[in-house]
Design a protein around this ligand. Structure first.
Ligand SMILES: [Zn+2]
Length: 149
């Protein structure tokens, strides 16, 4: 079974859906770079390099804990509304943007070391969208999900 899952800020609804698909402990999910396949989550946080529209660089840590869909950014910045953030892998330094959906960043989520999911989350600050694309169609989650990709 192959599914594409689109979400922003590790949305809780996506986790609920995934928990239904895979009723197991969330610690068994690991996140990897789509380019170099190195593990990107450390102690429950996905580490990504960021570059703002103004060229400022930083580090983002997305929380992967169940029930938490927040992130921490170093340095502490307030992103402009709809600002498009560049994301890259801290290991291979390649950008991890989706070719099919350029406004989204791509991660590989591996469940139980067996099942790979493509995770797409919005690169736009303040836009909360969650999509789960299945063979049957698109399931959308998040407060802005109805506006589409
Ligand atoms: Zn990489």
């Amino acid at each position: 079974m192959v599914e594409d899952i689109f979400f922003d800020n590790l949305d809780l609804n996506a986790y609920i859906h995934l928990t239904r698909l895979f009723p197991m402990k969330l610690e068994k999910y690991k996140f990897y770079c789509p380019k170099c396949d190195q593990e990107l989550d450390i102690a429950g946080q996905i580490h990504l390099k960021t570059e703002r529209e103004n060229g400022d660089k930083g580090d983002m840590y997305l929380n992967t804990s169940f029930g938490t869909y927040s992130y921490k950014h170093v340095p502490d910045v307030v992103f402009q509304k709809s600002e498009l953030v560049k994301f890259s892998c801290p290991k291979c330094l390649e950008t991890i943007h989706s070719k099919a959906h350029p406004n989204y960043a791509l991660l590989t989520m591996r469940v139980e070391n067996k099942f790979d999911f493509e995770i797409l989350f919005s690169r736009q600050a303040g836009i909360h969208k969650t999509y789960i694309v299945t063979e049957d169609g698109v399931e959308s989650y998040g407060e802005h999900a109805s506006t589409g990709l």
